[in-house]
Design a protein around this ligand. Sequence first.
Ligand code: NAP
Length: 289
Amino acid sequence: MQLLDGKLTSETLKDEIAVEVQKIIANGGKKPHLAAILVGNDGASETYVNAKVKACKKVGFDSTLVRLDADVSEEELLNEVRKINEDPEIDGLIVQLPLPKHISEIKVTETIVPEKDVDGFHPVNLGRMTLNLPTFLPATPAGILELLDRYDIETSGKHCVVIGRSHIVGSPMSILMARNTKVGNCTVTLTHSRTTNLEEISRSADILIVALGKPEFVTADMVKEGAVIVDVGITRVKSDKTKSGWKLKGDVAFDEVAPKCSFITPVPGGVGPMTIASLLKNTLISAQK
Ligand code: NAP
């Protein structure tokens, strides 16, 4: 078994991005600039946004964090988005999800101009992705592709099973793994909570990508010998062994699954850091345009 080390790979990717930033500056250009909007004080969202801001600094980007109260109106949030859309200094905009219940996520996503949608969630960008046209790929699936690519994982002709069909992870992942591209060309089965025989389908996977948000859901009996396992899940669970009082768990029971597979991502240190690196890559592409 070999670890798909997202931490290490994302550092390499960030170093490459930093070199590109230096080239832009040397040619008289401005630093790429990412803006993030954070609504409310959810602990996990706060952690993710802070990690993104820190990563911007590391590669030499400018960043702007707009904090709004949890009771901000939908219109006020949309106005912030419109302001950033029109700001020529800003290359990419993300709105940290989830949003409070009174705000429509799709309305917010559709208000971000596709040219600055570095999370790749806008319907225009998702459509371009489906048609295999240049676009901003959704950051988490894009990070997974990058990881599989850098570890030379063969995908052509393989059976890829994706568990979870969310708009941000599972669905785009299934499309990307089925495209006629170097990382892709799989036969893909997309599964969800209404899937029958999930264990059997999962056992037939050469590549299993798990994104459902249920800690240690995938156990050794659901995995084929030699499979490649990508664990997207991140759930905070209480722990009396850590200083913070919680720890992160993936959707895969790592200890029992790891000995059975050829490659596996750890949690933390797998998909999470790759997501951030992909977001930076999209922002760089936007700035280079
Ligand atoms: P989500 O929107 O909650 O969707 C969960 C999906 O899992 C749904 O499609 C659901 O099916 C399916 N599901 C639920 N129970 C199931 C079951 N028993 N069997 C099969 N499928 C089941 O989740 P998400 O936003 O994609 O996030 C999934 C996990 O990934 C979470 O832990 C999240 O924190 C993590 N995540 C990590 C990153 C990263 O950078 N590492 C990024 C994003 C998300 P239905 O559609 O039928 O309800």
